[in-house]
Every structure is written in structure tokens, then in C-alpha cells.
Design a binder for this molecule. Structure first.
Ligand code: SF4
Ligand code: SF4
Length: 151
């Protein structure tokens, strides 16, 4: 959560990735053991183990090792295989609300009745830039999250 500014999804209207590359620069990218294994096997030594946490390595300017910048736009060179944290960004989902006062603003009820709490990271430059309505994106983000969490 370090460096993130989470707000409940009902307080946000739209999102569009403007390919600024900020999220691929300012955050460390944690990997699951499986992701670390697969990425290392395919791309070589691009993962570091910091205190038991697997992280993607960065370039000298802070960009993720897999980020490419062309004509002022950022591209992920492993987009179809990018780690879970990159696939779910800028969403952040929990089984408990981060703050009790925002409980109803963050609540999303899945079709099977599971209640989850969904937030957006306001450090993303694509928040409120049009493109997609948040209510259309939330079910997709929850599905990605549930598949990852095996819930
Ligand atoms: S910070 Fe947001 S808009 Fe910028 S590249 Fe990341 S997801 Fe896209
Ligand atoms: S893996 Fe791709 S999406 Fe994830 S931080 Fe690196 S460049 Fe960005």
C-alpha cells in the first residue's frame, strides 16, 4: 500500500490508461512465487529477492525492466504475461473495508453474494480521464482478483 492513495470506487466515475508509465516507475512490482519462477525462466535474471519478497528489477531511471517508452507513451513489453498487480491496477480489492466510514462507498456485491471492498489508486494519472465507466470495470477487476485469490 506504500505510496498509494486509495478511494472507494463509488467516488470515481471514469478511468482510462493514458500510458503515462507512472505506475511502472514509482512502485516496486511484487511477484508471486509462481510469477517469479515463470518470468525468470523466460526472461532471465530480472527478479530480485528483497527480504523474502520477489520484485521485478528496475532500470536506472526507476522504470520497470519491461517498460518501453516510445513517442511519449509507455508500453509493457510483456503485456499478456504481466504480473497480477499490473493486471489489477489501479484497482485494490479487500475482503474488509480499509476504513469503516467508507464501507458502503467501497462495497461491491458479487453475483454469488460475496461482498468485497473495491478501491482505486488516485496516484494513477488515468483516473477521471474518460474512457470507461468505473461501474463497468469493477466486475472485471473483481473477477481478476477472485481468480488470483482462488475465491
Ligand atoms: S499510472 Fe494509470 S494511466 Fe499511467 S500508465 Fe499506469 S495505469 Fe496507465
Ligand atoms: S510488468 Fe509491465 S505493466 Fe507491470 S510494471 Fe512492468 S512494464 Fe508496467
Amino acid at each position: 500500500m506504500e505510496g498509494h492513495k486509495y478511494v472507494p470506487w463509488k467516488e470515481v466515475r471514469t478511468w482510462r490508461c493514458i500510458r503515462c508509465g507512472k505506475c511502472c516507475n514509482i512502485f516496486s512490482i511484487p511477484l508471486t512465487l509462481g510469477e517469479a519462477f515463470n518470468i525468470t525462466r523466460k526472461y532471465g535474471p530480472v527478479v530480485v529477492n528483497k527480504g523474502g519478497k520477489f520484485l521485478l528489477i528496475s532500470k536506472f531511471n526507476g522504470d520497470c525492466i519491461f517498460l518501453e517508452r516510445r513517442n511519449g507513451r509507455a508500453y509493457c513489453t510483456i503485456y499478456p504475461e504481466r504480473p497480477f498487480v499490473c493486471r489489477i491496477y489501479p484497482f485494490y480489492i479487500k475482503l474488509r473495508p480499509l476504513r469503516k466510514s467508507e464501507k458502503s462507498e467501497a462495497l461491491y456485491e458479487c453475483e454469488d453474494g460475496l461482498e468485497v471492498y473495491v478501491y482505486l489508486d488516485m496516484t494513477c494519472e488515468g483516473i477521471e480521464k474518460g474512457g470507461h465507466f468505473i461501474e463497468d470495470l469493477v466486475p472485471k477487476a473483481v473477477t481478476i482478483w477472485r481468480n488470483h485469490m482462488k475465491l
